[in-house]
Design a protein around this ligand. Structure first.
Ligand code: FES
Length: 166
């Protein structure tokens, strides 16, 4: 192979590899920048169960689909809420909490005997009303707006709050 032919071949290989690397690095960045254009509107009330599914004085976990998942979010769009039935009826009947800790977002667990939420990540503790009992969480649990219609408990969808933004 002549020198000039070899040089031309290596130049083409270099250009091709540079293009491939640019695509590998650039496509995720492009996807991140364009993602807001593909988000699903998320201000609806969604049914999470019948009012009778939630006994008075109990706190129960319900599944819900993330309100603003990207079309390709798949399994990662599935999340959960803690529903606390605190009164038989009226405007104080329920409290609905995001499942995520307000420190760094780990899913919290309800301890029915102690009536507290525990975060397994760094030991955050919340009282049953969502206020902070101890540990690193900087604020109470995030609450969701809810409504009762025709015996159904509906919860307002909301994007996952960013703990850094309060
Ligand atoms: S994420 Fe819950 S205490 Fe850190």
């Amino acid at each position: 192979m002549k020198n000039s032919t070899r040089r031309a071949f290596l130049s083409r290989v270099t250009v091709g590899l540079t293009g491939a690397i640019a695509a590998i690095v650039g496509l995720p960045i492009l996807g991140y920048l364009l993602a807001p254009l593909f988000q699903v509107p998320s201000d609806d009330l969604v049914k999470v169960g019948l009012v009778t599914d939630f006994p008075l004085g109990k706190t129960k976990l319900v599944s819900i689909r993330d309100p603003s998942p990207l079309p390709w979010a798949g399994q990662t769009a599935e999340t959960a809420l803690w529903v606390r039935r605190r009164q038989a009826d009226g405007p104080q009947m329920f409290q609905v909490f995001n499942v995520n800790c307000t420190h760094l977002g780990c899913p919290i667990n309800w301890q029915a005997e102690a009536k507290i939420f525990l975060c397994p990540c760094h030991g955050g503790v919340f009282y049953e009303d969502g206020t902070v009992a101890g540990g690193p969480p900087p604020r109470p649990l995030y609450e969701r707006e809810w409504a009762v219609r025709a015996g159904d408990l509906l919860v307002r969808q909301a994007a996952l709050p960013n703990p850094k933004q309060g």
